[in-house]
Ligand binder design. Sequence first.
Ligand code: 5AD
Ligand code: SF4
Length: 490
Amino acid sequence: MDIKKNVSGYRLGVKKPQGGRGVENAPEFSGWVEQVRNLNTAYTLETGKTKKIKMDIFGCQMNERDSETIAGMLTDMGFEEVSKDKPADIIIFVTCCVRENAEERIYGHIGALSGECEENGAFIVSCGCMMQQPHVVEKIKKSYHNVKIVFGTHNIHTFPELLYRYLTKKKRIFEVWEKEDKVVEELPIKRTEKHKAWVNIILGCNNFCSYCIVPYVRGRERSRNMNDILAEIEALAKDGCKEITLLGQNVNSYGNDLGEKDLFAKLLYAIEDIEGIERVRFMTSHPKDLSDELINAMKNCKKVCNHLHLPFQSGSTRILEKMNRRYTKEKYLSLVSKIKEAVPNIALTTDIIVGFPGETEEDFEDTLDVVKKVGFDAAYMFIYSPRKGTPAAKLEQDIPSEVISTRFRKLLELQTEIATELAKKTEGKTLEVLVDGPSKQNPEILSGRTRENRLVNFKADNVNKGDIVNVEIIRAGAFWLEGRGGNKLG
Ligand code: 5AD
Ligand code: SF4
């Protein structure tokens, strides 16, 4: 089937959601925004000052994207955002609960800000994945009195209303919707960057990997309408955006809930036609849903970067079954061969969990084997963390923690060795880099990403954030490349 030919039905021009399943514009949203803005205007008239907010964001790209919506709402409500080291009137925590250490860090940060709240009369708003868990909300109610508003992942669009209620009545508000609602379109957004942007395409997850809390806190899969996504990307392109990353817990199942097959591949083809967009990335992909159509789209679409993040979690088929991942070690390896054949210069990255209950030395060897056979440019490695409410949390952890640490170290060493070897192959080559601006570590040099998503630090004259340049790689390590020169390409 020639997907591209079929795609014209999805082209741009329709601005509003089609009114199909699960889409709405928050009905009274702008009314609440205006009410809070009025309070802020009155405050400014009285004091000559503006109310300040600051945000502390934890977790994945979905949270980064949600934070841009929250920041957008706050700006529309008349607040001024300040950096984390400055005092603020409201401190917003966008939380994560994927592993226990994330939760511990968040409790620590909230506790540490108590002093600031007491001194300045500031208060804390806490939202995001962690707040979808009733035991967390109970703990916050009881022990963190400076947290005045709590909301969850399903009711972000109610934030202006909750804020208005708190500001006018001064009574703590805990409003976490248990179930996902419709996809809410056209909320305000304050993008962190101009030259690159996150674009949500699907919310929630239906996969229920046995260790994972995400389906419980982010709800079932809900795809955004393709016209809304394309309209958003077109507007971004007009505003100077060059790279977009399509986001979802499992982007490969985009469209399944709309009753459409291979809609994700169709979306990639449709984005090809948007002038100004030079690079398209997406994450995360689930191996069980990575279709031939998608692999073909990656091969055919010039804008789609030659990078794929494909978590394998464990190399052992036995453990994969316990994880409810629905593929085998062999299936994963054959998928990788297929992708490498279709896109020969593909860079692969992955997620790996070490120490899932019942993991034997032999199972772990299978994980090392996959790492050796595939050759990942980068791997995010995690020690298994039991999450309350997930099926795996009921399994007895029979592996001593020293054994898990030893395995983790061994995996880290192997992966670093392989990543270094792969990186060395870029030495002497000239690579296309999208410039992110001055490096965070050293503002004298520039930093950017290759199409493979490799970080490059380089020196060049007359090069600015958002430029696409050719950079010669002079030295390479596992985590970043060093380059020089920057011939502008775009
Ligand atoms: N313990 C450890 N790692 C986990 N991940 C998800 N849940 C857990 C857990 N309970 C990892 C997976 C996933 C990544 C985002 O986080 O590797 O791909
Ligand atoms: Fe969690 Fe699995 Fe869904 Fe990823 S695919 S969010 S690991 S349940």
